[in-house]
Design a protein around this ligand. Structure first.
Ligand code: NBP
Length: 480
């Protein structure tokens, strides 16, 4: 057989990944798609590529060297299960099946177990970077058995994006670890985008600058500590003029944000794990709020500051304050995301190198940013760092941003400008810092209505106050 790697599913992601693979020295790529037309098209349009087209699963298996290694790039859910079943019918034990789709990590855990029980290796791989990433170099987050990594590692390293000389791929951990990390990547992406949107809104409403002028602000920011793909494309989007109306494009686009569900998965999973990812949650909810048009329509008359009443005296100083607030909130959002990965690893028994995750996100993926080098440094210095934002570099940055961050959140509240991600990030930060939290009162309330008991600061044990009797305290078994 001629091919050392195969791709099943030749829609936009699969065909681009297949072309990327074929463009690397030493690869010959078997390609298969359920409907023949996509296979024919790919092969016809790219005569330069070393493809071995297959038109049945049997042909596909026969064209692959052993251990057969195949990347599935089809719609997540049922289609992925169907393709896995078909491959197991024609593959042999020891062969490697990789799911490169956006699968939910719990599906990956289930599939890995089922596939392993039949003697195959299964790898659930997060792929980030969209169409262009797949073609030119994505960030890859594979999770699966060590045995598969021996064959797969060199192939993935050859096609991944490169950041600072290192390929953006690492063996994340076992079974669902790769898809879990990809999920959190997308959650952080939601938070980052929402924070940027809030910054834009505040600047526009506070300074009256046009979108094109604000594009210049973002382009300038992209030369400093905020340098990132998302800041860069924000400037591009803000600069775009609509050909039909001559208006800034951002003013003619309907202000209802869509979502494909990975942000919601990140939040649902965080709730199950008990990890506060408030920045990601607010970003996800902000998209939901924006798309409830009927609710927004009936709410326009609610009392509050007039929309045009807010102007700042010193535009440049205000813009710098917004920049600092954005940077501080971004540190919080990433810290929360890494916290979720830590908690997920503990819950599911994965060994995940958080520093390696920050390094593979420096290239290829949507959240690629300078800033990830600082995260990598933080974990290099202290691999078990319990709260990312307590690393010295971030403590210094948060100290610098402090006053501006608080001013901006207060200003936004006073002006009636929604800033859910800015303000929830600050509340999280202050919650972490607080020596005492009102959680003590909540424990009292819980004990009052449900005898849920509480612990004392001055002695061990579990206690309950006899609220409906003489209100004396008794030692209790913690049974609730
Ligand atoms: P789609 O998600 O649109 O899936 C289309 C592909 O699935 C086609 O090749 C189609 O074959 C195949 N397929 C379906 Br649908 N049902 C099938 C079945 N029962 N058996 C075999 N094949 C089946 O493609 P995509 O946008 O290229 O995305 C592929 C994966 O990559 C998805 O899981 C996606 O979430 C993930 N992803 C996408 C991006 C992105 O930016 N688009 C980024 C990262 C990850 P057909 O041609 O015969 O209908």
């Amino acid at each position: 057989p001629a091919a050392n790697i195969g791709v099943v599913g030749l829609a936009v992601m699969g065909s681009n990944l297949a072309r990327n693979l074929a463009s690397r020295e030493g690869n010959t790529v078997a390609v298969y798609n359920r409907s023949r037309s996509k296979t024919d098209e790919l092969v016809a349009e790219h005569p330069e590529a070393e493809f071995v087209p297959a038109f049945s699963y049997e042909e596909f298996a026969a064209s692959l060297q052993k251990p057969r290694t195949a990347i599935i790039m089809v719609k997540a859910g049922g289609p992925t299960d169907a393709v896995i079943d078909s491959l197991m019918d024609v593959f042999e034990p020891g062969d490697i099946i990789i799911d490169g789709g956006n699968s939910l990590f719990t599906d990956t855990i289930r599939r890995e177990k089922a596939v392993r029980e039949r003697g195959f290796n299964f790898v659930g791989m997060g792929v980030s970077g969209g169409e262009e990433g797949a073609l030119l170099g994505p960030s890859l987050m594979p999770g699966g058995p060590d045995e598969a990594w021996v064959t797969l590692g060199p192939i993935l390293r050859s096609i991944a994006a490169v950041a600072e000389g290192e390929p953006c791929v690492t063996h994340v951990g076992h079974d669902g670890a790769g898809h879990f990390v990809k999920m959190v990547h997308n959650g952080i992406e939601y938070a980052d985008m929402q924070l940027i949107a809030e910054a834009y809104d505040l600047i526009r409403r506070g300074t009256g600058k046009s979108p094109a002028e604000i594009a210049d602000v973002f382009a300038e920011w992209n030369r400093g500590e905020l340098e990132s793909y998302l800041i860069e494309i924000t400037a591009e989007v803000l600069r775009q003029t609509d050909a039909a109306t001559g208006q800034p494009l951002v003013d003619v686009v309907v202000d209802e944000a869509g979502a494909k569900g990975t942000g919601a998965w990140t939040v649902q999973t965080a709730l199950d794990l008990g990890v506060p990812v408030s920045g990601i949650a607010e970003a996800t909810f902000a998209r939901s709020l924006s798309s409830h048009r009927e609710q927004r329509d009936v709410s326009g008359g609610l009392p509050g500051p007039a929309e045009d009443a807010f102007t700042v005296a010193d535009a440049d100083a205000f813009i710098e304050q917004v920049r600092l607030a954005l940077y501080a909130s971004k540190i919080v959002a990433y810290s929360q995301g890494f916290d979720e990965i830590r908690a997920g690893a503990a819950q599911y028994g994965w060994t995940i190198d958080l520093g390696a995750i920050s390094r593979i996100w420096r290239g290829g993926c949507i959240i690629r940013a300078q800033f990830l080098n600082r995260i990598a440094d933080a974990y290099a210095a202290e691999p078990e760092l319990p709260v990312l934002l307590t690393a010295p570099y971030f403590v210094e940055a948060l100290g610098r941003a402090q006053d501006a961050w608080r001013d901006i959140v207060a200003t936004a509240a006073a002006a009636g400008i929604p800033s859910p991600a800015f303000s929830s990030s600050l509340a999280y930060y202050d919650g972490l810092r607080a020596r005492r939290l009102p959680a003590a009162l909540i424990q009292g309330q819980r004990d009052f209505f449900g005898a849920h008991t509480y612990k004392r600061i001055d002695k061990p044990g579990t206690f309950h106050t006899l609220w409906s009797a003489d209100r004396t305290e008794v030692e209790a078994e913690d049974t609730h």
